[in-house]
Design a protein around this ligand. Structure first.
Ligand SMILES: [Zn+2]
Length: 231
């Protein structure tokens, strides 16, 4: 199914395709391609038109994990998790996959950990936009026409504003370029960057970029094993 042609294929051309393709086919007129990535137009609250990046089936669990599990996700409930995801992403049967994911989430299933769960949220309280920005790389995805296989996702933890940029690779250089040229040039420099990517971001190059941009050095002891503050 080619969205660029702007002509919906006949049903018999896609009738032997997966359920995902069929679901996308039914909303063909809402699909758009930007920089080689597939998006769906979505009107939020009948007012704001958003573009949702369509997540391949193989990356859905990773996407939910990003919005639900990491300290910034705070293990929110089904509706709130979906609210946050659908501002930037879409995949067929989204609600169902989120319900199933949260049902299996150990943290959410254990009432004894309720108290413990509050701590990460407090840890990530922010007072203003661009104070703390979380970054995540999704991928590798199927190669796009522009040779992009990764998506850099940046979320402002105060406003919850999320942006996604295509990347050809997940090397620090590509990430630093997208971060600087796409995000910082439009929104300014965040005081802190948060990532759970580990060594991927722990590169000298990005540190140089951070120091170039005068991003505050910080480190969270609490999440040292699973995540770290950059720069
Ligand atoms: Zn959970």
């Amino acid at each position: 199914m080619k969205v660029e042609d702007k002509k919906r294929p006949e049903w018999n051309e896609i009738s032997n395709q997966s359920a995902v393709i069929k679901t996308l086919w039914r909303q063909f007129e809402r699909l758009e391609v930007h920089q080689g990535l597939l998006y769906r137009k979505w009107i939020e609250n009948e007012t704001e038109e958003l573009l949702q990046l369509i997540v391949p089936t193989s990356k859905i669990q990773e996407a939910i994990r990003y919005f639900h599990d990491i300290p910034t996700g705070g293990h929110l409930g089904i509706d709130k998790t979906q609210d946050r995801i659908q501002k930037s992403f879409y995949w067929p049967s989204m609600k169902h996959t989120i319900v199933e994911y949260i049902k299996r989430c150990d943290n959410c299933a254990a009432p004894k950990q309720l108290q413990a769960r509050k701590t990460p949220m407090e840890k990530f309280l922010t007072g203003e936009p661009m104070e703390r920005v979380a970054m995540e790389i999704l991928g590798p995805l199927p190669m796009s026409k522009n040779n992009n296989r990764f998506v850099l996702v940046l979320s402002d933890l105060f406003t919850k504003w999320t942006e996604a940029y295509p990347l050809q690779d997940q090397e620090a250089k590509a990430v630093a370029q997208a971060l600087t040229n796409e995000f910082i040039s439009r929104f300014g420099t965040p005081l802190q960057l948060y990532s759970d990517q580990g060594q991927n971001f722990d590169s000298r190059l990005l540190k140089e970029v951070c120091s170039l941009l005068q991003i505050e050095k910080n480190k969270s002891d609490k999440y040292e094993t699973t995540s770290k503050w950059l720069c």
